[in-house]
Design a protein around this ligand. Structure first.
Ligand code: NAD
Length: 259
């Protein structure tokens, strides 16, 4: 079935995986509500979508703020009168620090941006997804399923593990409305997440052990993955080709997690 004229809400759409998914879905005729903190980046993505003949609107918002997420969902619904797909994808690495040096505020920031935002985005979208049935994809990480190689990522890994648990509970709870919920777990993907959210240098110095990516890249292609490869998976999970798949977590990591 065609995705033409369906409507998607994508968080973290200004960069990396969110941007690639927005461009991929827009090519299929999906109208995209682009949500991110960074308005300048959103404007560029909107322009890129329009230059390939697609339709998008931008909403600069902090996805950890309940009122602003509720308002974002409302604006998208008011523009297109439906929401079919939700990609809860915004995230940060947050402060990288040993547990004894990580402040409660730093912990909260990572958990709010990665986990609370997922809850809020799904929660406020449910009334609209219920109308025709829908599909939700949540971006977790292979590091929500195993320990990050290198110290300092306790908050990040905790948030990513909890996203998997939340996604499964949501899949069970929302199945009665024919809303599917799946969780994707990328390995290292070439995006700006390092520059966008990496910690102050002093924290890295405290750790002494930098975050390691596998030497020689991921076993499958001997490099990190591309955002467009993740976008293809998101497209599959929004399409009818996956209409019996829900509550599943899917690794997309070129075998990185098997090392
Ligand atoms: P990215 O930094 O390129 O994109 C993330 C986007 O989220 C940015 O545009 C940023 O502005 C936005 N964002 C951050 N905080 C926000 C907030 N409070 N409100 C609204 N928007 C906010 O990074 P990416 O790699 O594309 O990350 C996307 C998701 O993929 C994240 O959840 C990340 O944890 C996950 N992930 C990434 C990798 C990787 O190696 N890149 C691996 C596994 C999982």
């Amino acid at each position: 079935m065609s995705l033409q004229n369906k409507v998607a809400l994508i968080t973290g759409a200004g960069s990396g995986i969110g941007r690639a998914a927005a461009l991929r879905l827009a090519k299929e005729g999906v109208k995209i509500g682009l949500v991110d903190l960074k308005e300048e980046k959103l404007k560029q993505v909107k322009q890129d979508i329009e230059s390939q003949g697609g339709e998008a609107m931008i909403i600069d918002t902090d996805v950890s703020d309940p009122k602003r997420v509720e308002q974002s969902v409302k604006e998208i619904y008011e523009k297109w009168n439906r929401i079919d797909f939700v990609f809860a994808n915004a995230g940060i690495n947050g402060t990288v620090a040993p547990i004894e040096d990580l402040s409660p505020e730093e912990w909260d920031q990572t958990l709010s941006t990665n986990l609370k935002s997922t809850f809020l985005t799904v929660k406020y979208s449910i009334p609209h997804l219920k109308v025709n049935g829908g599909s939700v994809v949540i971006t977790s990480s292979i590091n929500g399923n195993r320990t990050f190689k290198g110290f300092g990522m306790s908050a990040y890994s905790s948030s990513k593990a909890a996203q998997v648990a939340f996604g499964k509970m949501a899949a069970l709870e929302l199945a009665r409305y024919h809303i599917r919920v799946n969780i994707i777990c990328p390995g290292a993907i070439e995006t700006n997440i390092g520059q966008n959210t990496f910690p102050e240098k002093e924290n890295l110095e405290k750790i002494k052990i930098p975050i390691e990516y596998p030497e020689g890249g991921q076993p499958l292609e001997h490099k990190a993955g591309e955002p467009e490869q993740v976008a293809d998976l998101v497209h599959f999970l929004f399409s009818d080709a996956s209409n019996h798949i829900t509550g599943t977590k899917i690794f997309i990591d070129g075998a990185e997690s098997l090392l």
